[in-house]
Design a protein around this ligand. Structure first.
Ligand code: C2E
Ligand code: SIN
Ligand code: SIN
Ligand code: FE
Ligand code: FE
Length: 488
């Protein structure tokens, strides 16, 4: 490739030098007018330079590239230094990237070297995409492994996926294996929420078909197909046009469907789809581990925490109402656990004893203020109601399977060793041990605290009372150990 026009004789060494470069080279005046050019060895540059000799280069460039070019011209002229910029041109649906380098030549002329850098750009972009994707997968991984709760995991997943692929809405439907139906489990980006009750038989609807066929389904013109999308009466208000249903499969098992919604057409290429499939795999794996966690760990960890928080909450609610008993539940719980330990009960038994102690008077929630806060003795009718607090507690707690083993204390803490207690009049060792322990602790703490109907007793007076009731109200063995515990 040689220059189109020969250089003046004095500039022949320059021409020979420039000849050595493989790039497309333009010689321009300072206003951009093309005065000479040499084609590059690679002839991909799509603009007809030959036809434009004598015209301004910027006039054949797309507007945005023309601006970059003019800036570079100004920069080169002002600084005398080489200036470069990257730009792309689309040729027959293909994008070619170029680098332009401008240098000052003699006689106020500018040289512009143009090189095809498409391969380098593609490598750079693919590297960046891969880095972004790895980061995305890592983020999802971190977000989900730190959560014990399935619902929380699902909410994080839909939000992550929506952010990572930059779409308007994402939902996850989970397959319920007993009913073989897909049920809405989490969503992000929706304006309406009627679909939250959605349940779709396997094979029905787009999502149902994607799950059954184990294949991604795309509906690119959703707005024209509202009849296929019956999930909610308000669905058309969402204004979605593009839709993907991607089955979530782990170890050959369909767990559900990841749905992607967009309010304008998406332009998915093979690359994008591959990324979406990677995300779907990640989502499926996160769901699988959350489901597994759900099955056993959760009952032992998250659920326990949640229930214990609930129990504390109830107990606090009772104390808020009955200011006199503030701290009572905590104190008796602490002492009962110590007493149970001293009596050699197992850790497992003590877990239930602790819960039962915290909740022992939860039934008083249902006792009217006029009785609970009465400053004097209760009349027989009031006593009838007051005595119900043990059965009320049992009724309240019995349906909670998890608390069933903790029921003994709330239900039997007013039974007495000699059979004169309530609600059943149980005698001796017919009274569960937990309740016998607790009764001693409860009465001791009640006596040494202020009550609406009397002031607190001294420690000595309370101990005297426990001794006097030893074998009547209380189990003698328990009193003995309790008094020893109070001393040491
Ligand atoms: P509480 O105040 O937490 O008392 C728990 C248990 O400690 C009582 O069960 C009783 O066995 C013992 N105790 C508490 N204070 C005294 C006392 O001054 N003298 C004696 N000897 N024992 C005492 P009990 O009797 O089944 O009462 C259950 C709940 O009924 C009490 O819980 C309290 O909320 C209420 N209550 C009991 N007596 C009265 C009263 O005279 N007036 C009012 N307003 N409420 C009462
Ligand atoms: C779906 O195909 O995912 C939804 C089906 C429906 O709403 O009819
Ligand atoms: C969904 O169920 O995934 C959302 C559909 C809707 O907005 O009705
Ligand atoms: Fe009680
Ligand atoms: Fe009590």
């Amino acid at each position: 490739m040689t220059f189109h026009y020969p250089f003046p004789e004095t500039d022949e060494p320059l021409q020979a030098l420039l000849q050595a470069f493989p790039d497309l080279l333009l010689v321009l005046k300072s206003d951009g007018m093309i005065v000479n050019y040499k084609e590059g060895e690679d002839t991909s540059f799509p603009l007809p330079i030959a036809e434009f000799v004598g015209g301004k280069f910027q006039d054949i460039l797309p507007a945005d590239v023309a601006i970059k070019f003019e800036d570079a011209v100004t920069g080169t002229l002002m600084t005398g230094k080489t200036t470069s910029f990257d730009f792309y041109l689309s040729i027959k649906q293909q994008t070619h990237w170029f680098e332009a380098r401008l240098v000052s030549l003699a006689h106020g002329l500018l040289g512009t070297f143009i090189r095809d850098i498409t391969t380098r750009k593609e490598n750079e972009m693919s590297l960046r995409r891969q880095t972004d994707r790895l980061a995305a997968l890592r983020t999802i991984d971190m977000a989900t492994t730190s959560s014990l709760d399935l619902n929380l995991t699902l909410v994080m997943l839909v939000n992550q996926v929506r952010t990572q692929i930059n779409v308007d809405a994402v939902s996850i439907l989970l397959l319920d294996s007993s009913s073989q139906a897909l049920k809405y489990a989490a969503g992000s980006g929706f304006h309406t929420n009627n679909f939250e009750q959605m349940s779709l038989k396997l094979g029905d609807g787009y999502a149902g078909r994607a799950a059954l066929a184990r294949q991604t389904i795309r509906i690119a013109n959703l707005s024209n197909r509202q009849t296929d999308f019956l999930r909610s009466p308000t669905f058309s208000q969402e204004g979605f046009t593009d839709y993907f249903a991607i089955p979530l499969i782990v170890k050959g098992r369909v767990l559900g469907v990841l749905e992607i919604f967009h309010r304008s057409p998406l332009s998915p290429n093979a690359d994008w789809l591959e990324f979406v499939n990677m995300l779907a795999t990640q989502v499926a794996m996160a769901i699988e581990s959350a489901l597994m966690f759900d099955n056993y760990e959760r009952t032992h960890a998250a659920l326990t925490l949640a229930y214990d928080a609930t129990i504390e909450g109830w107990s606090k609610a009772l104390e808020l109402r009955d200011r006199e008993t503030q701290g009572h539940a905590r104190r008796v719980t602490e002492m009962t656990v110590r007493l149970a330990t001293a009596l050699g009960l197992t850790e497992q038994q003590i877990v239930h004893i602790r819960r039962g102690a915290i909740l022992h008077d939860i039934g008083k929630m249902a006792i009217p203020d006029s009785i609970l806060f009465k400053p004097g003795p209760l009349d027989p009718q009031e006593w009838t109601i007051m005595r119900q607090h043990t059965s009320i507690a049992a009724d309240l707690l019995r349906p909670i399977q998890y608390l069933a083993p903790a029921l003994e204390i709330p239900q039997y803490h007013h039974e007495k060793w000699d059979g004169s207690g309530y609600p059943f009049g149980l005698k001796g060792e017919h009274i569960p041990l937990a309740a016998r322990l607790f009764a001693v602790v409860d009465v001791y703490d009640a006596l040494t605290s202020d009550r609406p109907y009397r002031n607190a007793w001294s420690h000595e007076k309370a101990v005297e009372y426990l001794r006097a009731e030893d074998g009547r109200h209380f189990d003698p063995k328990v009193v003995k150990i309790f008094l020893k515990m109070l001393k040491g």
